[in-house]
Design a protein around this ligand. Sequence first.
Ligand code: HXC
Length: 258
Amino acid sequence: MIESVVLREVRGRVGILTLNRPKALNALNDDVMDALGVALLEFDADNDIGAIVITGSEKAFAAGADITVMKDLNYVEALRSDFITRNWETIRRVRKPVIAAVSGYALGGGCELAMMCDIIIAGDNARFGQPEIKLGIMPGAGGSQRLPRAVGKSKAMDLVLTARMMDAAEAERAGLVSRVVPAERVLDEAIEAATVIASMSLPAVMLAKEAVNRAYETPLAEGLLFERRAFHALFSTEDQKEGMVAFVEKRPATFVHR
Ligand code: HXC
């Protein structure tokens, strides 16, 4: 049997997707990105899943888009095949939270994939970078836009233009990652965070995710308006009553919409 390039596992209410091209340091080709997209949408539609984790191997989350494939690509083919947009942006349609559990290299498209996730949890051996400039190209899956939003212009320029890597500690200081844990803990930590998220009210989780994403896509006034509308809407859910009554009664909430 041919082993899948993306492994699926379910633990409790968490869907786990493991990039599985270890010999190529999880270089991201069409097979991987197609499989990842399909799996993400299936987990997103699955009522038994409340949050998703994407991870790689201990040595590499993903060392980038597959250079062996890209080396023969020309401009017209890249344009005509809608290179990367076709299957890399599926993750943007996922409405449940997605956590990247990053161990080892997250470079080029690997760093960009991590940045498309909602939360990045890093092992202390993680190395982030956008080294495309060394290949005579530049980031093409959002790195030139998401990295400056995450770490500011100066550090983003530094990484994109010099191709240097940053370690987990620097990535945490810069705000790219939310937590750094010992490398052997990174998947467990991500699953624990995802389990917590998956225990919350799903409508609140989905709207909160959407609202935070608005902060990166709209002017403040529009984002605030979206937040206020979503906030008001949540008072129509049974889960709002349950959450608040449970607090007053000093017991854990049991949400119905999960
Ligand atoms: C294809 C890759 C790869 C990649 C590693 N490999 N990265 N294959 N595409 N992006 C392969 C190597 O060729 C090698 O295959 C095997 O994985 C192990 O890698 P080594 O280089 O031998 O390992 P090591 O010496 O430990 O070095 C690790 C590394 C290095 C520093 C991560 O592999 C590296 O620099 N990789 C390229 C990183 C990069 O430039 N990423 C950006 C790609 S461009 P063999 O067969 O020899 O064992 C990009 C554009 C995104 O991502 C734009 C939008 C999609």
